[in-house]
Structures are given as C-alpha cells and as structure tokens.
Write a protein that binds this ligand. Structure first.
Ligand SMILES: [Zn+2]
Length: 299
C-alpha cells in the first residue's frame, strides 16, 4: 500500500509516500502546481466558472446544478459536461498542470447527477448520437477522458464518488470504459464522522472488486474552515484505515486543509498506543506499521 496527503496548500507533511495538492478544487480557485506534488483538478464542479458563465450550469428536470438545489447532494456548482468552451479550456489547463507536476488526479469528470444534463445542446447531441440516454452520457464522459489521456504524459488518476452501483445511471461513469485511460482510481470517501467503519469497509471491498486498476481511497481529516470539534476523531480514522487496508485496496490519502493539520493528526495517532495495539488482530499490519513509522517524525 501507498499513503499520501491530500492538501489545499503546496506544503508536504513528512512521513508519506506522496502528496496530492489541490491546484483547482471544486470552489474553482486556481493555484500554481508544484514539481514534487501531484496536482488535483476538479473539472465540471467549478464555482468560479459557474459564477462567470451562469448559462453553462448543468440542467435537469429537477432544476439546475447550483449547490443550492436541494434535490441533489451538490456541494458545489456543476457545469454541463458537454460545454465546449469549458472542455477546451480545461484540456489546455490540465495539460499545462501535468507538465509542471508529476501527474494529475482528476475529480468531477462526470455529469452532475441523475437526470443531467438536459440543456438544448445536450438534447441535440443525444438525439444525433442515436444512442440510449445512458449510453450517450457514458460516451461523452469516456471520450473526454480519452482526450485528457492524450494530453497527460505522466500519471493520470481518475477520481470517483463513492457509489459502486449507480455511477453509470447517475453520472455517466462506466468503470470498465474508463479503466484503460487511468493509471489508478481514487474513491473519495469524505465524511465528518467515521463512527461506523463497517460501511466504509464495505465500499472499499466493492470498489476493489469492481475496478480494473489500482484503487486509492481518500479519507477526511480536517477541511478548510472546519470546527475542530466537528471533524472525525483520530481514533475513528485509525480504525477506519486498518479496516479499509485489510480489504486489499492499494493506498489511502488523508485530506486536510494544511500540512500542519496532517502533523497534528500524526501526533494524535502516535499517542493512541493502546488502540493501535488492540487493532493488531484486525488483519492489516501494514497500516499499523505505517502509523508506527510516524513515531520518529513527531517524537
Ligand atoms: Zn448540457
């Protein structure tokens, strides 16, 4: 297994195999990539572009994909996945980012959710395609990823939302169709509580079974602007990591706003000696050895 940080600033916490920097998260702001951190780019979830081009927002029978639309679980504004100017601009942007970092990890590569997108352009494209609605959406998503693959000469990792069953119907995502273009997949499993690790362990097993490329999962440690009383406890994250690790996944990333919050997490993990002892019978010594390696970093 490999272990990474997943951070909003270009700063590396010690004690990890690699680092993923959010050069363009879904809020849409952009920061320059750095040569020794992978770059994370959200494509269609993009608040800045949605604000500048409100007519590019994805449409559906349940309303547009503004983050205020409670019909969907949208945390940000999502653009129409066939908007040609945005697609072209993002292709150039992703190519540029890939040249200035070791590789690109993509998020938000897909349609906003079920029923999207019903804008006039999408309706026309769909009808012209002669395909079923779902197959047309899959083709749009897959073809765009193929174009990105041509531009990115180094590592390309595709981010997925944690729905192993309905991603095709909801987002136009076909895991097998995307696999040839991906060096790996990253399933984001963000939550402010991991009180019931059983569910997350089940999701890890499901994705490991389904995906035909290495599977990373990303866990939530501390997000921008979070109240420290409302983030997952270190104990939850330790237990979760061990239980995810024993499913055979290939790596875990830990999301934090800042590298200093990763360091605080490492300190807390090292302090939980008794819990780490107790988890030795759980069947994932690799994660426990990784945590133990932090003893010399925070000591
Ligand atoms: Zn559309």
């Amino acid at each position: 297994m490999k272990f990474g940080t997943y951070v909003f600033e270009p700063k590396k916490a010690e004690g990890f195999d690699f680092h993923l920097f959010r050069v363009k998260p879904e809020v849409g702001r952009r920061l320059p990539p750095v040569p020794d951190m992978y770059s994370n780019v959200a494509i269609f979830g993009d608040n800045v572009t949605a604000r500048n081009h409100p007519d590019w927002i994805s449409q559906s029978p349940l309303g547009p994909a503004w983050r205020t639309n409670d019909q969907f679980n949208l945390r940000w504004d999502v653009l129409c996945a066939t908007q040609p100017e945005h697609r072209a601009e993002q292709l150039d942007y992703i190519e540029d980012v890939s040249k200035r970092s070791p590789g690109v990890w993509l998020n938000s590569i897909h349609f906003a959710d079920h029923g999207h997108c019903t804008c006039p352009r999408c309706n026309e494209l769909w009808k012209k395609s002669g395909l079923s609605w779902f197959e047309w959406r899959k083709k749009e998503v897959t073809d765009y990823i193929a174009q990105i693959r041509e531009r990115v000469k180094n590592e390309l990792v595709i981010g997925l939302l944690p729905d192993p069953v309905n991603s095709y119907e909801r987002f136009g995502i076909d895991f097998d169709a995307l696999a040839p273009y991906a060096d790996a997949f990253n399933v984001v499993m963000f939550s402010k509580s991991y009180a019931t690790p059983w569910y997350w362990e089940m999701l890890c097993r499901a994705f490991k079974k389904l995906l035909k490329k290495p599977v990373y999962v990303s866990f939530y440690v501390f997000g921008p602007g979070d109240d420290p009383r409302e983030v997952p406890s270190p104990s939850e994250l330790i237990t979760l990591s061990v239980r995810a690790g024993r499913t055979g996944i290939d790596g875990i990333l830990y999301l934090a706003d800042k590298a200093s919050q990763i360091y605080d997490f490492q300190k807390a993990v090292v302090d939980k000696v008794e819990l780490r002892q107790r988890l030795r019978t759980y069947g994932c010594q690799e994660v426990l050895d990784f945590f133990a390696s932090w003893e010399k970093i925070v000591g």
